[in-house]
Design a protein around this ligand. Structure first.
Ligand code: KIV
Length: 290
């Protein structure tokens, strides 16, 4: 473990690696599950140290890290690259990876692409929408599946709370039940009203993880960039624990200023040659053929 990570232990502490059975037991005990997105090795170490239960390499990596205009530009190769980095930092948390847009159009490609993610180090895969046939194929292939319903960035949905009317709510509820019956082992509920998220959570045996879906789901997930204040816009569903939008530019400007006025590097930031070697070098450089 790198020296800079010598931080006090968070709520986690050393424990066995989490799997879907552990997460289900947490639901049964009424112990809330903490999930965060994670895209790189140092963040993975820090999240694990803080006791995050599930690290998600989400397709939100596209807009939050890679500078893409939308999640649908994210490729399987992108997710694999980030999963490999996160895997190096996660030993106790559960590492979930998104199947990106159009990588699960049919059962065969879904299984093949999910297996690629597992080979890169993911413990399980997440996919958007109500796709029971795909979920069933994956789970028959022995792959842990987390379903994701409500807002679907891959479907380029409008950002609005889904399921506010009774008809919409019933369709979503029935979709959730069908996904569990197809073998889903966990479910993300994104931007659903509290009442519906609560009803689904009560009905399902598998853990539900909410984002903008109220306090009654079995766990919560946030995009790490949102909770660290890297994302410029404030979002109602997120809580900002740090304001990196302010802190990072302040640090970058201080560095630029220090370089300009030559106050960086300071003595402690570099080394010297031994005096006799420095003298010998100077003599050699000053010699006619030096
Ligand atoms: O990709 C992602 O970050 C997600 C979360 C919003 C759950 O799917």
């Amino acid at each position: 473990m790198p020296e800079w990570l010598n931080l006090p232990l968070g709520l986690g502490g050393a424990s066995l690696p989490k799997d879907m059975a552990t997460l289900r037991e947490m639901k049964e005990r009424g112990e809330p599950i903490a999930m965060l997105t994670c895209y790189d090795y140092p963040t993975a170490l820090l999240e694990e140290r803080a006791g995050v239960d599930v690290m998600l390499v989400g397709d939100s990596v596209g807009t939050n890290v890679l500078g893409y205009a939308s999640e649908i530009e994210v490729t399987l190769a992108d997710i694999r690259h980030h999963v490999r980095a996160v895997r190096r930092g996660v030993s106790e948390g559960y590492l979930l990876a998104d199947l990106p847009y159009r990588t699960y159009e049919d059962e065969t490609s879904a299984v093949a692409n999910a297996q690629e993610l597992l080979l890169s180090g993911a413990d399980g895969v997440k996919l958007e929408g109500v796709r029971p046939r795909i979920v069933q194929a994956l789970s028959r292939a022995g792959i842990d599946v987390c379903a994701h319903i409500g807002l679907s960035m891959q479907a380029q949905d409008q950002v609005r709370v889904k399921g506010k009317t009774f008809d919409e709510a019933r369709t979503i509820y029935e979709g959730a039940v069908a996904l569990e019956q197809a073998g889903a082992k966990m479910m993300v509920l994104e931007l659903l009203p509290d009442e519906l998220a609560q009803a689904i959570t009560r009905r399902l045996g598998i853990p539900t993880i909410g984002i903008g879906a109220g306090p009654h789901t079995d766990g919560q997930v946030l995009v790490v960039q949102d909770m660290l204040g890297v994302t410029a816009r404030a979002m109602r569903h997120a809580r900002t624990y740090l304001n990196l939008q302010e802190l990072l530019p302040t640090a970058f400007s201080a560095y630029v200023a220090d370089v300009r006025r030559r106050s960086f590097p300071a003595d402690q930031n570099y080394s010297h040659m031994r005096e006799d070697d420095a003298l010998a070098m100077r003599g050699w450089l000053d010699a006619p053929n030096g």
